[in-house]
Design a protein around this ligand. Structure first.
Ligand code: ZN
Length: 338
């Protein structure tokens, strides 16, 4: 029997949800806490503990806490001279993504990706971001609503809330695909049905906004009067009628109105939050680092690039309140970070 990793200090990543055991490296030791999939964390050493699935190596986290090494991946040793000053990449330049499994949510898997994970599609979910009515921001709860909606509708995606939390369904595997982009074509490879090749990431965001008849008020589609076919009704000045003052709407300082540029369709958008955009950026870098043989930052596209006649996401919602980026600018930005 061979231990999967060398001994000694290092950084390692949770391959799935990991139980941290207290006192002894044993599966029946008390559970101290849970480490979410994708989290990178430091280990002090490894020792032999309970044999699980042929692996008896456990990591010693210090403080009497242990995790089973079989649930980890991508061990990177800290060499002695670095021990007191870890590689900057671990602390600063590269911030590992914060994954959270959406309990009870399973999305529809349609098969294995033919060539592994090759890229990512940025979406917005065109959904509420606040508590009932026009309450305080409650984006984690709303993101979980959308994760459940994805299950009900047979879709498959991850979702990033405005707090920067990345929600994944319970049955999520990067190597498997399900529908998120619909009828689509990649502008780079010309392949259709891009969900098969690129993972979908929904960003919690109300979508393109409509100026209301009241000055300085902007409404999402779900709080604007719509016609029988679901289209927002606009008056002669291009303004919508707000359905309810008690439902979600935004003031001028929260939104931005942009002209058409690259993938961006002219209109008014609520920018993604700083934390949300940071999480998306880190996720792209993480995927490039985790799947270097297949994933390319040149294959990070907007839904509005792969389905330009039907879709306007992410449009002017990218990048964050301080920066507006076309998808081409975002790809260049990502490549500047590696
Ligand atoms: Zn979309």
């Amino acid at each position: 029997m061979v231990d999967p990793f060398p001994s000694g200090r290092g950084m390692v990543e949770a391959a799935g949800r990991l139980n941290v055991r207290r006192d002894k490296p044993r599966t029946n030791s008390p559970k101290a806490r849970v480490v979410e999939a994708g989290t990178r964390f430091p280990v002090r050493n490894s020792i032999t503990g309970d044999l699980v699935s042929g692996v008896s190596q456990w990591f010693d986290l210090g403080g009497g806490e242990y995790v089973w090494a079989g649930g980890c991946r991508d061990f990177q040793p800290l060499v002695e001279e670095d021990a007191d000053r870890p590689d900057r990449r671990h602390l600063h330049d590269y911030v590992p993504p914060r994954f959270k499994i959406a309990a009870g949510v399973r999305h529809r898997i349609q098969g294995r990706r033919p060539h592994g994970l090759e890229g990512l599609i940025v979406h917005f979910d065109a959904y509420r971001i606040r508590k009932a009515g026009n309450g305080v921001e409650d984006s984690d709860t709303r993101s979980l609503d959308m994760m459940r909606s994805g299950q009900a509708n047979g879709f498959h995606y991850g979702e990033i809330s405005r707090t920067g939390t990345i929600f994944l369904p319970e049955n999520f595997e990067w190597s498997e695909w399900g529908s998120h982009a619909g009828v689509s074509q990649c502008p780079l490879t010309q392949r259709t049905g891009v969900s098969r090749y690129y993972v979908g990431v929904e960003m919690n965001n109300p979508g393109r906004l409509y100026e209301a008849q009241e000055d300085g008020i902007f409404c999402p589609w779900f709080n604007a009067v719509r016609d029988a076919t679901g289209n927002v009704v606009l008056d002669s000045r291009g303004r919508c009628q707000r359905k309810s003052i008690h439902d979600e709407w935004y003031v001028a300082s929260e939104v931005r109105t942009v002209t058409a540029d690259g993938n961006i369709k002219a209109g008014t958008y609520l920018p993604y939050s700083f934390d949300q955009f940071e999480a998306l950026t880190n996720l792209c870098l993480y995927l490039a680092k985790t799947f270097p043989a297949t994933f390319s930052l040149d294959r990070v596209f907007g839904h509005d690039e792969v389905a330009p006649t039907r879709k306007n996401d992410p449009g002017g919602a990218l990048a964050d309140p301080a920066r507006l980026m076309t998808m081409a600018a975002f790809r260049a930005y990502l490549k500047s970070l590696i």
